[in-house]
Design a protein around this ligand. Structure first.
Ligand SMILES: Nc1ncnc2c1ncn2[C@@H]1O[C@H](COP(=O)(O)OP(=O)(O)O)[C@@H](O)[C@H]1O
Ligand SMILES: [Mg+2]
Length: 1043
């Protein structure tokens, strides 16, 4: 009958149709058989023990349940844990998780799932992780010491546990507090058939290495120990060896020191060994019974381990000191009493050890008092128990369960219905069984069973279990939930199952028959003072600390509270605690009695469903509202969802809530407005509201973020800007400083260099390095001086032609020497010149000109050099006739000599007198002195002479001249050099032109219109006197031979 696709049966029993016990069981069975072990009734989780590992746990699933709301995924303990945790974290409501159910129904496993879920989703970080680890690791330690195999459950918790996990405001765990309730200590000395003692004993014997065993003086065989059930030492699927390792590790993680772990194990070993202390009958001298230790070695070893004299221990075990105000009486114990004392000691040691372990764990995980914390409590208490033979322990356990059921009824059934009434919500009452009456029967302060028990224990006189029963029978003879043989008899009922020493209580979960034997004893829970004092005397630090009342100074005659009273108290505290928190229920159901997977015993489940009140639970749920909240917090939480209530609402809270729900279009049948609270029918509506709120918060968060980020960026920017300006100012300043520094340094450097350079310059002369140069200079100067003085003193002759000059003594002076020689020479010449008369100067100028014209050009030149130019070779002074020849022309006759004129016709020569004036060359016949040829110098175009010794020269006329018609003149002079020189100079002086003088052996001479080629050859004599012979060859050739 799946309601939704993919679901098996219905996941929430509220949706079950038709609602009846049968369909409810069917639904649970269907789901169980399909491995769907969890089912909801609203927010209550029903868990049916699968007795097998299902693949629905672990980090993946945790992550999934963390991200979805309660109804979005399959029912799971994780979903419940998630709701609880989120409500704790986000709504600041302390939570408690109540796990109830029979023994073996899966409570402890469920509590572990809750814890592991919370550990996985709550904060992270080194500190948080270590807290989590400590909280989680407390489990294996407590299980080892407090759990045991029972017929119902291989790992049955034999103590009640309530653990408060404390969180900070962020939801990160800070630590916790564990409260333990009444360890089933009778198990230490005796177990039922098929059950084991506490796990730790087996773990210790199997897991300890040889060395440890030896140190603890233990044997590995479990059968060696009287306190361990000889039939069963191992439990299927439980590895004592590795569990022992885990326990040790866990203790280390929690913070037990190595020393503490060792001491805990030592005390555990002592308990085991105590069981092996065998007692024997003895008789005292007066014949009264006494007892003694049969095996001296065993007690010796225990004494050694306790650091207590074994005699002392023996005395404590086998005798009892009665103290009154006046005297002290020691009485011997008989063997039964002594055995009782031994077992009492063992149970007490173990019980106190267990309490100490819880205390020690709390020390590690406790939170500083100053911190504000949120709390999540997880209650995993021993389940309702109906055994074959039920004793005081079962009575107490069942009482506790009764109380828990009461909490459930109070909160989910009674309180809920009463609230509707209070709030004025229309409501049809759902009937349910209220177990208040049973609770009262047990716990009523004056008239409760526990009160009666205490009364019996404290009453002077003879008290026994039977007097106690008689009292009960008397008191509750009319009580509907109390039965005993006596009450039955009174009502004439016959019940063979009811023993004489029994009474029966009709608990919410069924009738339980309790055997009253040892009720008084167990309630008294007395340990003979001799034993506690002996334990206190022991030097073993842990053992000693477990028995503070053994200290004679501390001892008081006041009785400690009875076990029943203590338990009642702690249950009362627990209840108060639970009522102060928001409850979350996990109701565990045991599907069969055989710990078998897949087996679903409808009968067994029906019983549990009945007493758990599941059906009523569904009915109340169905008719009621899933959620309610006082108007004000509701308004506070959701007012952000509508414009009219956000950001502020000034009206009534109730009106505000109305407004919100109206604006959000929530269907009116979903809502009921109570006097102080708003009621919401289905969780879906609430989840819808939550989802809306989540989205709105995101929006608001974005807005806040936006504003904040803007602000942060702005201030950041401004700060950066300021900083930047500051930095650049500093930077610039710094840069300038550096630059200035550099400049300054450079200036200093330059200054230093200049100063240095100046100073060096001034002092260079003093430098050693300059000395060589100076010496060289000095030497050089002195050499020069010597050279010059030597020169001065030995100047060569001042004759112009004397060209001698001393060579320089050193090569370096060569150039200077040459210069000096030149200077000297020029000076000599100047002196010479200065001495000359103007006439001599003129003569020399002529000579110079001659040299320029003929030097190296004409062979007769060298001979002409030493001969002074006379000018007048014909005695002109004394011959006026000749003087007249010059006619009217001004100026002197520059040259007068006799020359020969070559006849152009035949080559014969005839004498003539040649006069040279400034403007003319005048030729006259020596004889006929009147005839003369006057040649204007301006008509002379050029002169040709030979390079030989001869005196032949030709005056070439310019063609336009008046005498030109006669043609050129071919003349022979003895002073041809002087003549031509003077002629050249004259032409230059008067006509300002250079007369072309050509040195050639072949030239042509014009005669009238024809020309004659003249060829001069050197005669064979060579170097002769220069005589000339001319021969005319043909009309145009004239050969001239020079002798
Ligand atoms: N969710 C579960 N998954 C698998 N096995 C479980 C589960 N819950 C209980 N069990 C089995 O049932 C046994 C008894 O469970 P436990 O929690 O010790 O019962 P309780 O504490 O109610 O007496 C466990 O040892 C385990 O084998
Ligand atoms: Mg348990």
């Amino acid at each position: 009958m799946p309601l939704l696709e993919d679901t098996i049966g219905v996941e929430d029993l509220i949706l079950l149709e038709p609602l009846a016990e049968e369909s409810l069981l069917k639904n649970l069975q269907l789901r169980y058989e399909n491995k769907e072990i969890y089912t909801y009734i609203g927010n209550v989780v029903i868990s049916v023990n699968p007795y097998q590992q299902l693949p629905i746990y672990g980090p993946e699933f945790i992550a999934k349940y963390r991200d979805y709301t309660f109804y979005e995924l399959k029912p799971h303990i994780y979903a419940l844990a998630n709701v609880a945790y989120q409500s704790l974290r986000d709504r600041d409501r302390d939570q408690c998780i109540l796990i109830t159910g029979e023994s073996g129904s899966g409570k402890t496993e469920a509590s572990k799932l809750v814890m592991s879920y919370v550990a996985a989703v709550c904060g992270k970080g080194e500190q948080v992780n270590s807290v989590k680890e400590q909280l989680l690791q407390s489990n294996p330690v407590l299980e080892a010491f407090g759990n045991a195999k029972t017929i119902r459950n291989n790992n049955s918790s034999r103590f009640g546990k309530y653990m408060d996990i404390e969180f900070d405001f962020k939801g990160s765990p800070l630590g916790g507090v564990i409260t333990n309730y009444l360890l089933e200590k009778s198990r230490v000395v005796k177990q039922l058939k098929g059950e084991r003692n506490f796990h730790i004993f087996y773990q210790l014997l199997a897991g300890a290495d040889a060395q440890l065993l030896k140190a603890l003086k233990l044997e590995r065989e479990t059968s060696h120990y009287a306190y361990l059930n000889r039939e069963i030492s191992r439990v299927d699927g439980m590895d004592d060896v590795s569990n022992f390792r885990d326990v040790q590790n866990a203790m280390t993680v929690i913070g037990f020191s190595e020393e503490e772990i060792r001491q805990v194990l030592e005390v555990t070993a002592m308990v085991l060994k105590l069981g092996n202390v065998e007692l024997a009958d003895e008789f005292q001298a007066n014949g009264t019974q006494a007892s003694g230790i049969r095996d001296g070695r065993g007690i010796q070893e225990i004494g050694e381990m306790m650091s207590l004299n074994s005699k002392e221990l023996e005395r404590a075990l086998c005798s009892r000191t009665m103290e009154t105000a006046k005297e002290k009486v020691v009485t011997a114990l008989n063997i039964i009493q002594a055995q009782y004392a031994r077992d009492a000691l063992a149970k007490n040691i173990y019980n106190r050890l267990f309490n100490w372990i819880v205390y020690r764990i709390n020390e590690s995980i406790k939170v500083g008092t100053g911190e504000k914390k949120k709390v999540m409590g997880v209650l995993d208490i021993y389940g309702f128990e109906i055994l074959q033979d039920n004793s005081f322990e079962q009575f107490v356990i069942n009482y506790c369960n009764e109380k828990l059921q009461q909490v459930f009824i109070e909160i989910t059934l009674k309180e809920e219905q009463e609230e509707y009434k209070r709030e004025g919500i229309p409501w049809t009452k759902v009937d349910y069984f209220d177990n208040g009456i049973i609770c009262n029967l047990i716990e009523h302060n004056q008239r409760g069973i526990l009160a009666m028990l205490d009364e019996e224990c404290l009453r002077p006189g003879v008290v026994s279990d039977s007097t106690f029963l008689a009292k009960l029978n008397q008191l509750f003879s009319k009580h509907g939930h109390y039965e005993s043989k006596v009450t039955q008899n009174a009502q004439r009922q016959y019940d063979h199952t009811m023993g004489l020493s029994c009474f029966r209580i009709c608990h919410y979960a069924g009738k339980v028959t309790y055997n009253v034997s040892s009720f008084i004893d167990k309630n008294n829970d007395l340990l003979f003072r001799d034993l506690s004092q002996a334990m206190w005397k022991a030097k073993h630090p842990l053992l000693k600390s477990l028995f503070p009342e053994g200290d004679p100074k501390q001892s008081s005659l006041k009785r400690p509270p009875t076990a029943g009273a203590q338990f009642k108290n702690s249950v009362a505290i627990l209840m108060k605690n639970l009522y102060s928190k928001n409850p979350n229920y996990i109701r565990c159901i045991k599907p069969n009695e055989h710990q078998q997977r897949g087996q679903f015993s409808s009968e067994l489940v029906a019983t549990q469903a009945r007493y758990l009140g599941l059906l009523e639970n569904v009915r109340v749920r169905r008719a009621g509202y899933a959620h309610r909240q006082v108007y004000w917090p509701f308004l506070e939480r959701y007012r952000m969802l509508t414009r009219s209530t956000w950001p502020s609402w000034n009206g009534e809270d109730r009106e505000g809530v109305k407004k919100i729900l109206e604006e959000l279009n929530v269907a009116s049948e979903e809502l009921a407005f109570g006097k102080t609270k708003i009621f919401i029918r289905s969780p879906k509506t609430l989840f819808h509201l939550e989802e809306q709120r989540r989205l709105r918060i995101q929006q608001l968060a974005t807005l806040i973020q936006k504003t904040y980020r803007g602000w942060r960026c702005r201030t950041h920017y401004q700060q950066m800007r300021k900083s930047q300006i500051l930095i650049s100012a500093w930077f610039r300043g710094n840069m300038q400083k550096q630059r200035y520094g550099k400049m300054r340094a450079s200036a200093l450097l330059i200054q230093a260099f200049v100063r240095g350079w100046k100073a060096r310059k001034n002092y260079r002369k003093y430098f050693r390095s300059g000395a060589a140069l100076m010496l060289a200079n000095f030497i050089y100067k002195s050499l020069a001086q010597k050279f010059l003085l030597g020169l001065k003193n030995n100047l060569p002759s001042t004759k112009v032609l004397d060209n001698k000059w001393p060579t320089a003594p050193y090569k370096v002076f060569n150039v200077a020497n040459q210069e000096l020689r030149q200077l000297f020479y020029q000076w000599k010449c100047k002196k010479f010149l200065d001495k000359l008369s103007p006439v001599q100067v003129e003569a020399l100028k002529e000579k110079l000109c001659a040299s320029e014209l003929f030097k190296d050009k004409k062979a007769s030149y060298p001979q002409s050099v030493p001969v002074p130019f006379r000018g007048d070779y014909i005695g002109l002074q004394g011959n006026p006739k000749l003087q007249k020849l010059k006619g009217g022309e001004e100026g002197p006759i520059l040259m007068a000599e006799s020359v020969r004129k070559v006849n152009r016709g035949n080559g014969k020569t005839s004498s003539r007198i040649l006069l040279l004036t400034r403007r003319h060359v005048i030729l006259t016949d020596t004889k006929k002195s009147q005839t003369k040829t006057v040649i204007g110098l301006d008509n002379v175009a050029g002169v040709s002479v030979t390079s030989l010794r001869d005196g032949l020269f030709s005056l070439h006329m310019s063609e336009l001249s008046s005498v030109g018609s006669k043609g050129d003149f071919l003349l022979i002079s003895d002073h041809v050099i002087e003549l031509l020189t003077k002629m050249y100079q004259t032409v230059l002086a008067t006509l300002q032109k250079q007369l072309p003088v050509t040195m050639t052996e072949k030239f042509s001479v014009r005669f009238k219109q024809s020309s004659v080629a003249v060829k001069v050859t050197q005669g064979p004599a060579g170097g002769g006197n220069g005589k000339i012979s001319c021969k005319k060859k043909g009309s145009h050739n004239l050969e001239v031979t020079v002798q």
